[in-house]
Design a protein around this ligand. Structure first.
Ligand SMILES: Cc1cc2nc3c(=O)[nH]c(=O)nc-3n(C[C@H](O)[C@H](O)[C@H](O)COP(=O)(O)OP(=O)(O)OC[C@H]3O[C@@H](n4cnc5c(N)ncnc54)[C@H](O)[C@@H]3O)c2cc1C
Length: 380
């Protein structure tokens, strides 16, 4: 059981759990730990939402229900199943509205082999997308060319071989989600913005901040996104035969204003997502760029191919004014044998130090669950 440490130490701050970074993962670690009774401090170098979590795409995409169903796919499946309840609880605690909707996803089939793959997924959904009673919970449909409807959203013209539709995919508004998590953190934890951790001091139970102050913590959880890699490389590099444990991949997206009744699905084609959100806005993204040095948040006007694809996909958006442009860097783990899977465990050889990093393009859908698992094992 957790030993609560509520005494202040020689005038400096102390806590049971120190969280480094206030993105979606850090704020979820804080929420779980605070709900378990821990005294939590969150140190954020800039401000909440300054990292990858502060964008606007918010697509919650399941792994495909086809061959090679593995524990990680099952974990993500369960996390996405639980999300409506988890979000409702957060909203009820904070009064926020995270803009979650299980909106489904429509994908045009543009190659003759795609219908065959779709058929495998139709059976896979019946086999793997199950409710707790073992019945199929969500559908994956293979829609023939002549059945693709022209309803003013995805144009049938692009669906040369039909389309697929699943009713499991969902969306959440990342900024509203973060705002609700921040409200909870402000009420139940100590959230310090503008506080950069510069030395984790592995095993010493205190960290050092950029202003040379210290915070004493029984447990420190690093959730600083791609910026965690340089800090963790000396400690975790051996797990990866000395190779890099991860890198930041830049992405950018735009937000357009478009009057809609919020009943349409996400549409995906050729690496471009069109994500309808509450409040007559639609997010469009995104790019993946490994070579971006020094320009983490700079929007590159020459890298708008994703937007052009989206206009072909949903021509109704052609006149929708762009009301926001955003660029950020997401963490992409490169751990041996684990690919880009998220890391949520103790840092080897460093007593009291933990890390929750990565998830690449699925973090918003699994963040609540991987942090729940980490906090449960950390405080047990
Ligand atoms: C363009 C784009 C589109 C995306 N679309 C989706 C999507 O549709 N669905 C999805 O699930 N995921 C998506 N992602 C990925 C997702 O946004 C990220 O994986 C996720 O937000 C990462 O969350 P995080 O909490 O780990 O990191 P971050 O949100 O980056 O938070 C880390 C925080 O740590 C702070 N920090 C850094 N160093 C320190 C330090 N030394 N001390 C204190 N604080 C520090 C930073 O300022 C930052 O606020 C997208 C990413 C991008 C870039």
């Amino acid at each position: 059981m957790i030993q609560l440490n509520n005494t202040s130490n020689s005038g400096s701050l102390s806590c049971d759990v120190l969280v480094v970074g206030a993105g979606v993962l850090g704020l979820w670690v804080a929420r779980h730990a605070a709900l378990a009774g821990a005294k939590v401090i969150i140190c954020e170098k800039r401000e909440v939402g300054a990292g990858a979590s502060g964008g606007f795409l918010g697509a919650l995409m399941p792994h495909m229900p086809d061959g090679g169903w593995q524990p990680k796919k099952q974990m993500q499946y369960e996390a996405l199943c639980d999300l409506p309840e988890v979000v409702a609880s957060l909203e009820s605690d904070t009064g926020g509205d995270c803009g979650f909707r299980r909106c489904g996803r429509l994908v045009p089939m543009t190659h003759h082999k795609m219908p065959e793959n779709a058929e495998r997924r139709v059976s896979g959904a019946a086999q793997f997308w199950l409710d707790t009673a073992g019945k199929q919970a969500f559908v994956y449909e293979n829609i023939g060319v002549s059945d693709v409807k022209d309803d003013g959203w995805m144009t049938p013209a692009i669906a040369s071989f039909g389309a697929t539709y699943d009713d499991f995919s969902a969306r959440i508004n990342p900024r509203s989600y973060l705002a609700a998590l921040k409200t909870f953190a402000e009420e139940h934890c100590q959230l310090i913005e503008g506080a950069e951790i510069v030395d984790l001091n592995p095993g010493e139970k205190f960290v050092i901040l950029a202003d040379d102050s210290k915070i004493h913590a029984e447990r420190t959880v690093v959730t600083s996104g791609y910026e965690a890699y340089p800090m963790l490389q000396p400690l975790m590099g051996a797990m990866n035969e000395g190779k890099s444990i991860g890198k930041g991949v830049k992405g950018q997206a735009v937000l357009v204003q478009y009057d809609h009744d919020d009943t349409m699905p996400i549409v995906y084609h050729d690496r471009s997502y069109v994500v309808p959100h509450k409040g007559n806005i639609v997010a469009i993204g995104s790019t993946s760029q490994s070579d971006w040095s020094g320009k983490a948040n700079e929007f590159d006007e020459d890298n708008m191919g994703f937007y052009k694809v989206a206009m072909e996909l949903v021509p109704a958006l052609a006149d929708a004014p762009i009301i926001g442009k955003w660029a950020g860097v997401r963490p992409r783990n490169t751990l041996n044998g684990r690919g880009t899977d998220p890391f949520y465990e103790a840092v080897p050889g460093a007593d009291g130090l933990y890390a929750v990093i990565g998830g690449f393009k699925i973090t918003l859908g699994v963040g609540h669950e991987i942090t729940r698992r980490l906090v449960a094992s950390m405080l047990s």
